[in-house]
Design a protein around this ligand. Sequence first.
Ligand SMILES: Cc1cc2nc3c(=O)[nH]c(=O)nc-3n(C[C@H](O)[C@H](O)[C@H](O)COP(=O)(O)O)c2cc1C
Length: 396
Amino acid sequence: MRFGYFDNLQDPTQKRDYSDLIAEMRERALLCEAAGMEIFWLPEHHFSIWGRELLPNPLMMAADLAARTHRIRLGLGAAIIGFWHPHRLAEDLALLDHLSGGRLEIGVGRGNYGLEASNLNPLADPNKPAMNLKVFLETLGVLRKALSEERFSYKGEIYQFPAPGFKADKAHTVNDPAYVDPETGELAKLTIYPRPKQRPLPPMWQMVSEAHDAIRGAAALDMGVVMWRPSLNEIKLRARVYKEAHDAAFGRNIPLGAKIAVVRDTFVDDSDAEARRIAEEACMGALNFANWRGPQIYLDPGESLSAESEASLKKRLSYEFVAPRSLFFGAADTVADSIVRLAKKTGIEHLIFKCGWPGLAHEETMRCLRRLSEEVLPRVRERLQAQRDVFGTAAE
Ligand SMILES: Cc1cc2nc3c(=O)[nH]c(=O)nc-3n(C[C@H](O)[C@H](O)[C@H](O)COP(=O)(O)O)c2cc1C
């Protein structure tokens, strides 16, 4: 199991200097690198009038972090690709891959918020799912071709590249046979510059929620999936859906849990009670802010809630409901146990910690990251190694 960290920029007071928020993120990234984490993930959000999600461009931030770190990989979690022109995104990603010395992991998402889409690209509005999906898939199609093929063309309903009818650019005719259709004399292929450093293209991931179709779609393109919050049994089910789709598409038998990443809200302190005392309010505030999906996202497959609990949890999620299903909160031993259990039960490839939420001081997150690094991960690695020595695999 590889470990990573999911970061965000936030300031619910809306009063702090943005440069200070960036400086704190840099400290977290450096600490994650020192802790031996493998990927530092960055989100994309716009117009957050709530002060909760304040990073508009994960690529620029990743470029900054690439210049300050040496080993840790930089994940986009996610680039909301329907908000980007696919060529600009492909070029910037390829450039970022070089700037980071080949440390880029490309995560893509369909977006969450109408506020963002309607003011960036209304066609990509997640409240109109059919068109949002079409924009997502076409942008992804162009992006993957542009990154992986030396010369590419794309023809969809939204995008067609090269643009048809192009024969000459001012004084310069296009006469390279590698790019021109010999029959029409029109430009028939494009190349982006630079091409990515990692070939054929950097590792790709799709952020997925409950829909199994999205998991199958990512598997069919050999992209990993990143999910957050599901219960352990639900992760297992989704890992199976992924494996079946991937095996069918590529005729291979990948291990259960391969190419699956999960984000877990995590807080480590001296004792279980202290972890809860310090971080419950901020974490539950964030989960309740995102509770428009409803409490069902925390349930096991086949589990249901009484009408009364459902109504109450829709209004306000409680710590008692969420913690056993989805949180890694507690003393180092408690959290280590939870991680080992997740690893053994699901075999997931990548676990991503999230230890910061609006309202929790940066210093508390740093304290938690130090404990993770010094007290939790060494125990986990030791226990998973022991399991591998006996059974040949970390998963049950
Ligand atoms: C781990 C994770 C990170 C995400 N990060 C972002 C983000 O940075 N910005 C955003 O608008 N949506 C983000 N999303 C939401 C996705 O863009 C997408 O809307 C959602 O996962 C829909 O999944 P589906 O295609 O399975 O329905 C994230 C989702 C997950 C699971």
